[in-house]
Design a protein around this ligand. Structure first.
Ligand SMILES: Nc1nc2c(ncn2[C@@H]2O[C@H](COP(=O)(O)OP(=O)(O)OP(=O)(O)O)[C@@H](O)[C@H]2O)c(=O)[nH]1
Ligand SMILES: [Mg+2]
Ligand SMILES: [Zn+2]
Length: 344
């Protein structure tokens, strides 16, 4: 008998597949799939052949709308960028970096901001993100304030949570799915730079009898914009990108004749967003000027945010639409196998 389902977890050689009736099957993958260069990711829709009352074999990988490879997740419907009001302190520039990075990698998916720990401190960033296209939720994983409104947006979707270490991503998931065994960090461990969340899995949540899937990820402490170029960066700032400028390809960075010479137009752009944009643009230009990533890391950190003094890596992310040769997929598989070990 054959069934369709979704991979919710990958552990060692086992794939855990949840079928339409919410039953989970422990599965192996057909060797043929790997030979064909089909990597299986958490979030993938697959076809399984039942081999025992609780086990099966994955015989086919079904259509995949997108994937990211670090961490490896497929079929993402939306991304929730989580920050906290404090512990760690809120930082506009750091949030804007996450938002641009995620918007660039998943341009067709919905991206929202979730500000956690409102029980500790109040924060209102609505004005800063007007016309940015990002919806903002204010919540407390501790008191559960704001979680109902958030849950409404999470059902019937697969949502990836990302954000710096310690902001409470795992705590939020735990609050939304109390029966799951989720590891929460102690702040002391986080201050020592330890990431609490390592493995990638889909966590099922229920709200109003509807199901949604959440994916926890470890906080990225290191990323850069080397994959972006200045024009692509602009597209991640919707409020700036939609300005109609007399120039084609204007970067709105002090060019003579730019629409932002009109002070009223300039004032309509929230200062924090404009500042983030200009700073990221400078970072990108310096990376391009330096040519190599290694060298640019030194200059581009510039003492601005949590990346201060640290090396920055670019999470390697890839859309399914960028087609690849089978040979390249196989090489990627080998690389990925080494990389994903770090998540387990
Ligand atoms: N006061 C308060 N503390 C919270 C809240 N949410 C999380 N915390 C605390 O913040 C700390 C970090 O929480 P985690 O959920 O482990 O953070 P994380 O974002 O998953 O961190 P990484 O897995 O390292 O990326 C823990 O000590 C939590 O108890 C909240 O809403 N209010
Ligand atoms: Mg965590
Ligand atoms: Zn312009």
């Amino acid at each position: 008998m054959k069934l369709k389902g979704k991979i919710t977890k990958i552990l060692a050689n086992f794939y855990y597949v949840q079928d339409m009736e919410n039953k989970t099957w422990q599965c192996f993958s057909r060797n043929r799939l790997l030979k064909e260069g089909k990597l299986l990711f958490v979030g993938d829709e697959v076809e399984i052949e039942i081999s025992s009352p609780s086990q099966g074999v994955i015989v086919d990988l079904l259509n995949r709308k997108n994937k990211i490879i670090k961490p490896p997740i497929a079929n993402i419907d939306q991304v929730l960028v989580v920050f906290s009001t404090c512990e760690p302190d809120f930082d506009f520039y750091n949030l804007d970096r996450y938002l641009s990075y995620v918007s660039y990698e998943l341009p067709d998916e919905k991206i929202a901001v979730c500000i956690n720990k409102i029980d500790l401190k109040k924060l209102d960033i609505t004005e800063n993100y007007k016309n940015s296209g990002f919806q903002i939720f204010y919540v407390s994983a501790l008191t559960k304030e704001g979680l109902n409104d958030l849950s409404l947006e999470l059902v019937n979707k697969t949502t990836v949570l990302t954000g710096p270490s310690g902001v409470g991503k795992s705590s939020l998931i735990k609050a939304l799915a109390p029966d799951e065994d989720i590891k929460i960090g102690s702040l002391s461990a986080i201050k020592q730079g330890k990431h609490i969340t390592r493995n990638v899995q889909l966590i099922s949540i229920k709200y109003n009898n509807e199901q949604g899937f959440l994916v926890d990820t470890p906080g990225f402490t290191q990323f850069s914009f080397a994959a972006l170029n200045p024009n692509k960066l602009l597209a991640t700032f919707k409020e700036l990108d939609r300005l109609s400028c007399s120039f084609n390809n204007c970067l709105h960075n002090g060019e003579t004749g730019c629409v932002l010479e009109d002070l009223n137009k300039l004032k309509s752009i929230p200062e924090s967003r404009f500042e983030s944009y200009i700073n990221m643009l400078e970072e990108l230009k310096s990376e391009i000027a330096y040519g190599t990533k290694e060298e640019s890391k030194i200059k581009s950190t510039g003492g601005r945010d949590e990346g201060k003094g640290k090396k920055r890596n670019i999470p390697k992310i890839d859309q399914e639409t960028r087609s690849k040769s089978r040979k390249k997929e196989k090489q990627e598989l080998l690389k990925l196998e080494t990389e994903t070990e770090n998540y387990e």
